[in-house]
Ligand binder design. Structure first.
Ligand SMILES: Cc1cc2nc3c(=O)[nH]c(=O)nc-3n(C[C@H](O)[C@H](O)[C@H](O)COP(=O)(O)O)c2cc1C
Length: 190
């Protein structure tokens, strides 16, 4: 089932590191998502959100980010693996919302210099997604040895990723469609 209203799926670039290769991944995913007529998307660069670090959680709302999360039907997180975990700044940003995420779909693209495609950071993020009320899918983006997938300018060198990301997006869009139908049509008593 596809609805006539566009699905809004922002892509969150989950690191502020100088020289981040994850930016190439985020721009690639954004580009593939943008090719689909039924989707509205935008890039959210967590580097541009100036949240203080003297507090945490929902006390720190960035109005524009919260409005975007409220409008979103699904999220794509592009997350580098740092010591098998996720960047602390990404968690800091995600923790500023809660109701905004509930019953929305999420897909994760793991990015690593090593050969495991960010599988360890993805596994570590799954319980966080659940606690935020996001609904995970059974397909991930795994960008192993990312330095070999893109050149320095961000050009895709390994064309196999086109097919892989297509499968990932298909699954995410299906889940986002189902969940939007549920949010809008299936009342919850409590
Ligand atoms: C603090 C830190 C820890 C890292 N830990 C890992 C790791 O556990 N496994 C891995 O494959 N790569 C690791 N890397 C390399 C990153 O995966 C690599 O930089 C990759 O390009 C994705 O991160 P980036 O978007 O910051 O470039 C680490 C990088 C940093 C800065």
């Amino acid at each position: 089932m596809r609805t006539s209203r566009l699905l809004f799926i922002p892509v969150i670039l989950g690191t502020s590191r100088q020289g981040r290769m994850s930016e190439h991944v985020a721009r690639f995913v954004l580009g593939e998502l943008s090719k689909r007529d039924e989707i509205e998307t935008t890039l959210v660069d967590i580097r541009t959100l100036s949240l203080p670090v003297t507090n945490a959680g929902e006390a720190l709302k960035d109005a524009q980010f919260s409005a975007m999360m409220m409008k979103a039907d699904a999220l794509i997180l592009v997350v580098p693996e740092y010591n098998h975990g996720y960047p602390g700044l990404l968690k800091h940003v995600l923790d500023t919302n809660l109701n905004e995420y509930i019953h929305k779909a999420v897909g994760i693209c793991g990015v690593s210099a090593g050969g495991f495609g960010g599988t360890r950071v993805i596994q570590n993020l799954l319980p966080v997604m659940r606690e935020l009320g996001l609904v995970t899918i059974f397909w991930d983006g795994n960008f192993s040895s990312v330095q070999n997938i893109f050149d320095a300018s961000g050009k895709l060198l390994d064309q196999t990723y086109l097919k892989r990301i297509d499968k990932f997006l298909e699954e995410l869009i299906w889940m986002a469609t189902v969940l939007r139908y549920g949010r809008e049509n299936i009342l919850r008593e409590k």
